[in-house]
Design a protein around this ligand. Structure first.
Ligand code: HEM
Length: 126
């Protein structure tokens, strides 16, 4: 029986494990590692804050992911298959590590944010 997401430490474990999978992924790994060359020491704490805010309403994140990904898409076009892979890895990571109401909720939030993001950046005028 897996634990549910309980606190920020659960989020830290989840995010770290997720991006380890992302880095190794042949489709989207190179976007992070070769195109953008993400500074992980900076990016990971932003992601802890982002997801902690979503799950625990901490107010810890105040960025604008839609704008960030719109700019990203302008430099390095993203398509449906990139988002599908991102979501698959995220869902798999949650399912490998956690189970319970928060685990279900975080997956649903990822799906809805990714859906809105794709509509806004890939079909900005639809
Ligand atoms: C094809 C899918 C995606 C790709 C390739 C991608 C890639 C990236 C990259 C390269 C960054 C910038 C890292 C840096 O600071 O250098 C970023 C930031 C971020 N991403 Fe994504 N992303 C994807 C989908 C998503 C989704 C679906 C979510 C949310 C559910 C998300 C949430 C975020 C957040 C919160 C940030 C930080 C924005 C900020 O700086 O405030 N991403 N992403």
């Amino acid at each position: 029986m897996l634990p549910d997401i309980e606190n920020r430490d659960s989020i830290v474990q989840l995010v770290n494990t997720f991006y380890e999978k992302v880095k190794k992924d042949e489709l989207i790994g190179p976007i992070f590692e070769e195109k953008v060359k993400v500074n992980w020491e900076k990016h990971l704490p932003v992601m802890y804050d982002f997801w902690e805010n979503i799950v625990f309403y901490t107010g810890s994140y105040s960025g604008n992911p839609m704008v960030v990904h719109k700019h990203l898409h302008e430099r390095f076009p993203l398509d449906k298959s990139d988002f599908a892979r991102w979501l698959k890895l995220f869902t798999q990571t949650v399912d490998d590590m956690f189970s319970g109401d928060r685990a279900e909720a975080i997956k649903q939030r990822a799906i809805s944010i990714a859906t809105v993001m794709q509509i806004k950046i890939i079909h900005p005028n639809s």
